[in-house]
Design a protein around this ligand. Sequence first.
Ligand SMILES: *Cc1c(COP(=O)(O)O)cnc(C)c1O
Ligand SMILES: [Zn+2]
Length: 411
Amino acid sequence: MSYVLGLKCRECGKEYEKEPIYVCEFCFGPLEVVYDYQAIGKTLTRQLISSREHSLWRYRELLPIDGEPAVGLYSGYTPLVRAHRLADELGVSRLYIKDDSVCHPTFSFKDRVVAVALSKAREFGFDTVACASTGNLGNAVSAHAAQSQFNGYIFIPADLELGKVVGSLIYAPHLVAVEGNYDEVNRLCSEIAQGYEWAFVNINLRPFYAEGSKTYGFEIAEQLGWTYPDHIVVPAASGSLITKIWKGFDELYKLGLTDNPPQTSVYAAQGKGCAPIVTAIKQNQDAIRPVRPVTIAKSLAIGNPADGYYSLQVVKESGGYGEEVTNEEIIEGIKLLAQTEGIFTETAGGVTVAVTRKLIEQGRIPRNESIVICITGNGLKTMDAVAANIGKPIEIEPNLASFEKHVMGEG
Ligand SMILES: *Cc1c(COP(=O)(O)O)cnc(C)c1O
Ligand SMILES: [Zn+2]
């Protein structure tokens, strides 16, 4: 049973059939999945969702597949951690970490979007899947392609972290390292997508793929007892996650799954050196000015963000803001989260923690309201970023005297 009516242009409203297309023929606006909310509202209840298994597919009526999910059955339903120690450190009263760095096959929130995209690719009859990636998406597509027997082509900028490269290669996709930045990789992939019958998950399947990110927002609301946080800080690359958390929050209320409409303020977090969305927010502009990315937060290094404009609208409409942080602040953010909550996140998570700290210090996020920090990827993939900043092991010889001398400082 499918609740998807079709696709619709976000700009001019022209409607399209369910097809692997992503851009309006008339105005070049992006296409968005349209659901039959009336029909969904008749079946989907809190009880039904709660009775289902702990995966992103517990919200399947709100995901754009027609049949049974076929790929990525175990992703999603990650912990929402009440972060007492980090809250003390930041001087706030109610702080949560939505931790997508765990409980996922490739340890980032990209396993959500790929579960949806590859299930849809199977329905469309593709045998080859592909993506332009800043790292985590490539890992997720590689793993899921291996598991569900698709051919996989992964295109990445050549300067990615070793952890992200190994994290794709181990699944033996066709991994293509392009001498250029993500925006150049993405442009190349758009050209390739026109000539080959491949499912490019973030190009021709983008409308379907992006819907997977809504489940991150659904889970936050469900885990907060079907309510919304007052503030949410979201890392931004293409800006898609920001727009989909917002869409997800909105859908829950529309379907009567929450009692009150979302009043959440949404904040964009980016690294200095690649902050086109944050810059537009701060300068109160409507258009995003593309930049050439220079930041250690490589998973967020998109200089010309596809959903930049729409994420900007969400931030404004919600009464949020944006902030950017330096490489040093990113590393401090990673260490702070590890040393207060025992969560080792990648550079993108360091960005989010450091930006949250900044927004609290600026008084933009009040100290006595509820805050969710989005942690979207795992630190074991970006060890190169912090290795030089965390000290060294104490080296000793294998005897008690050496232990007492060097570790206990005696003798
Ligand atoms: C891709 C990615 C993001 C941002 O995703 P967008 O939806 O493109 O803004 C955030 N965090 C991590 C770890 C990512 O890999
Ligand atoms: Zn249009």
